[in-house]
Design a protein around this ligand. Structure first.
Ligand code: NAP
Ligand code: MG
Length: 402
């Protein structure tokens, strides 16, 4: 056995829940610790431990990511009423991802993993399309009301000195509805910087789309902030990297995305990003093949799978069944984090190991060995449907051959 790869700085490791927690341990045992002297600062974000620590562990983990620069997170349960009963929780704790995002103030980039034999539904797509979603404001922080017939709705902004600006939204001759949304310049600026930073990291063009022709103040503000930051801080760096930034209307963007061959980043406002990332994920084949990275404007990175804890599989696992849950997105969260750690620490052997592991994973699927979610959609005619552990072991054998 050759010597294990050393790490300089620990990764912030955030464990999670259910099936993905099981897979988390398997990935470490089968594919990581045999090869790497794995250095992590471990935070247990499993629901039981979040409850036991009054969810303090989540904020601590987020601060550790700020300190060390790179984190890797397992999928976690966001409690609802059923979960409060199931786990006998002290309260309905907030979404861990929301808590972490609130600390790091980042943008989430979702990118599909492409393999031969899992063909995108859009035939022109040859390379991945990454969706960057702004994670603050708009309808997610809205206030809304029903408006009865005969009522008048107004928009009023009162400044710090008490001066009012008001405008009529609508005089309601019939009953209707009204909604108020907002956003913040610093949040939009952070979104723009995270996008430009990520584009430079991966050396891909970035598109930003909104609807400034209709929303002449609100969406226009997004467009202006993106342009201003780009020209002041990034134009020169983009030129050197050979990449471009361009703004277009959301409807034009949709048409271009469908006709494109992929290979770029699409930055979207909060709601557009919510909808478009699901559309892109589905059109590329499988949620289990979607990675996700949170990039903060300060250049701090958190990697995870885009899917959840795969609860239905977990209940089958608890009954003693072997499940064929796809571990690829979770594995790629680890390799993404290890690559970034290697890059920041100047330990190329760590990054090379992560790349080799990704390569072996893709080769394994392309040779026909895959989990059930992929056998259902693959165009390969000869496939070998395996359970999760067998898949990970097959990746290991293949890696040992490379
Ligand atoms: P989910 O875990 O993403 O799973 C939904 C369905 O998608 C599964 O039942 C399975 O379909 C399929 N699927 C997802 N990932 C798969 C994989 N790796 N391999 C094979 N199939 C996969 O979503 P959910 O069941 O709605 O949510 C479960 C829990 O996850 C919830 O408590 C939610 O709060 C949490 N969640 C966490 C995150 C996060 O931490 N980032 C994100 C989303 C949801 P079949 O059953 O048909 O095989
Ligand atoms: Mg959604």
């Amino acid at each position: 056995m050759t010597e294990k790869i050393k790490m300089r700085t620990p990764l912030v490791e955030m464990d999670g829940d259910e099936m993905t927690r099981v897979i988390w341990q398997q990935i470490k045992d089968i594919l990581l610790t045999p090869y790497i002297d794995l250095k992590t600062e471990y935070y247990d974000l499993g629901l039981k431990h979040r409850d036991a620590t009054d969810d303090k562990v989540t904020a601590e983990a987020a601060h550790a990511i700020e300190k060390y620069g790179v984190g890797v997170k397992c999928a976690t349960i966001t409690p609802n009423a059923d979960r409060v009963k199931e786990y006998n929780l002290k309260q309905m704790w907030k979404s861990p991802n929301g808590t972490i995002r609130a600390v790091l103030d980042g943008t989430v980039f979702r990118k599909p993993i492409l393999v031969k034999g899992i063909t995108p539904l859009v035939p022109t797509w040859k390379k991945p399309i990454t969706v960057a979603r702004h994670a603050y404001g708009d309808i997610y922080k809205n206030v809304e009301m029903p408006a009865p017939a005969g009522s008048k709705a107004e928009l009023v902004v009162t400044d710090a000195a008490g001066n009012e600006k008001r405008t009529t939204i609508h005089d309601f001759s019939s009953a209707g509805i009204v909604q108020g949304v907002h956003n913040l310049d610093p949040s939009i600026a952070n979104f723009a910087r995270s996008c430009f930073q990520y584009a430079l990291d991966v050396k891909e063009d970035i598109w930003f789309s909104a609807k400034d022709t209709i929303s002449k103040i609100y969406d226009h503000r997004f467009k202006d902030i993106f342009n201003e930051i780009f020209h002041k801080e990034y134009e020169e760096k983009f030129k050197q990297a050979g990449i471009t930034f361009f703004y277009t209307l959301i409807d034009d963007a949709v048409a271009r995305v469908i006709r494109s061959e992929g290979g770029f980043i699409w930055a979207c406002k909060n709601y557009d990003g919510d909808v478009m990332s699901d559309l892109i994920a589905t059109a590329f084949g499988s949620l289990a093949m979607m990675t996700s990275v949170l990039v903060s404007p300060k250049g701090v990175y958190e990697y995870e799978a885009a899917h959840g804890t795969v609860q239905r599989h977990y209940y089958r696992y608890l009954k003693g069944e072997k499940t064929s849950t796809n571990p690829i997105a979770t594995l790629f969260a680890w390799t993404g984090a290890l690559k970034k750690r290697g890059e920041l620490d100047h330990t190329p052997e760590l990054s090379q190991f992560a790349e080799k592991l990704e390569y072996a994973t893709i080769q394994t699927v392309e040779s026909g060995t895959m989990t059930g979610d992929l056998t259902r959609i693959t165009t390969l005619t000869e496939t070998n449907l395996v359970d999760t552990e067998t898949f990970l072991t097959a990746v290991r054998s293949r890696m040992n051959e490379i």
